[in-house]
Design a protein around this ligand. Sequence first.
Ligand SMILES: Cc1cc2nc3c(=O)[nH]c(=O)nc-3n(C[C@H](O)[C@H](O)[C@H](O)COP(=O)(O)OP(=O)(O)OC[C@H]3O[C@@H](n4cnc5c(N)ncnc54)[C@H](O)[C@@H]3O)c2cc1C
Length: 435
Amino acid sequence: MPDKETADAIVVGAGVIGSSIALELTRSGRQVVVVDRAGGAGLGSTSASSAVVRFNFSTAAGVAAAWESYAGWASWSAHLGHDVGDVARYVRTGLVMLDVDAAPRSAYVPLFEELGVPYEEWDSAELASRVPGLDVGRYWPPRRLDDPRFWHDATQTLGGVFTPDAGHVSDPQLAAQNLAAAAVREGARFRFQSTVAAVHRSGDRVSGVELDDGSTIWASIVVNAAGPWSGGLNELAGVGGDFTVSVRPMRQEVAHVVAPGGTGDATQPRPAVADMDLGTYFRSDVGGSLLIGGTEPACDPFEWLDDPDDAHLQPTSAVFEAQVTRAARRLPDLGVPNRPRGVAGVYDVSDDWTPIYDRTDLAGYYVAMGTSGNQFKNAPVVGCMMRTLIDEVEHGADHDTLPVVYTGVHTGLEIDLGAFSRRRSRSSTTGTVMG
Ligand SMILES: Cc1cc2nc3c(=O)[nH]c(=O)nc-3n(C[C@H](O)[C@H](O)[C@H](O)COP(=O)(O)OP(=O)(O)OC[C@H]3O[C@@H](n4cnc5c(N)ncnc54)[C@H](O)[C@@H]3O)c2cc1C
């Protein structure tokens, strides 16, 4: 291995976000090196992702990015542009977002109208008939299992908003590997089992990174796509002083259980359900199973971490029982197993649960971070947005004053990248993983 290597751009992190950025930067004609401390692509927080693709976000930029990105998943092989062997599949199940005052229809249905996202509004009778086996009771607010009110019968019902094009990606790690393989075909180089230990500057500009083996890669562009480790990398680079939005790692669990029978089959797959009313989301998975995650109900403690490496990556009985029991209120035929099964991972949570896709005050040093448990879905478009941002800023655009706009190649929608600025005033969002 040479002790000195040069490139046009270095991407730190080969998760789904870094791999997508690497693909697009390579397509722009740059020599790109991707550095990851893991042994392959997609082995960080991407590997724990539920990979749900939905369009319910609180901001126009959030909805537009998710809708544009969906088109990338739906035409995945074309998006990759190369035959990379086994590829991730898009599973179009639809998703129903159950009514909840904390994220009312009035907050996002007008955005669906404006941006052209197909949807159907369901009352409780329609919800019951379209998702057989689903209890349409309104239970708000979510409660802990040891709160006797958790077990009270519902006195009201709820409906929801169905988006038929939502779904999930069959294998999030494979999706990241697909992007990495396509980037390699374009000419990118990946350096695995290599940890960035220092970020070098020359004057006001980034000049490269030093790896833990003491070698240096020189480049005038460095992109921080380090997932939950992004805050630590910014500290190494000495950036963050002008950020108005900060990020913190948060541990998360997703339960895996056997789905109740009779509520979905191969010809009519079960829609995913976003259920802030009870504090969960769930979606089907291969082999008749169900993934159940949480939506940060206020009654549950948040598992903030000082260091993402401190995360215990096994599911716990307490969280498993809470998540599955809440889902079982919604799906009364769902069994609650005694032994926890599932995954644990780490979110990189920003103050307003909106990502930061931006330049920084260190010229040439860019960030794609704060993905807040909701940006797997946006990976295809994030690569394109970061490429556009980097191209324009490197050509002199003053993004902080006049934000760069990305125009979606599939939808033609204009996405104001100022919405993801490090210096934004806090976006008005649900303050949860729903964004
Ligand atoms: C449990 C869970 C469920 C989720 N569910 C969904 C969902 O349903 N839908 C959705 O849209 N999103 C979801 N997400 C969020 C989504 O998965 C993430 O936003 C996305 O995967 C982040 O990708 P990334 O590439 O930024 O980070 P990562 O995949 O974590 O990649 C970062 C990489 O950087 C490397 N790295 C870090 N520091 C260094 C360093 N100093 N030197 C070298 N390498 C370094 C790491 O090894 C890692 O591979 C979920 C996340 C979790 C944890």
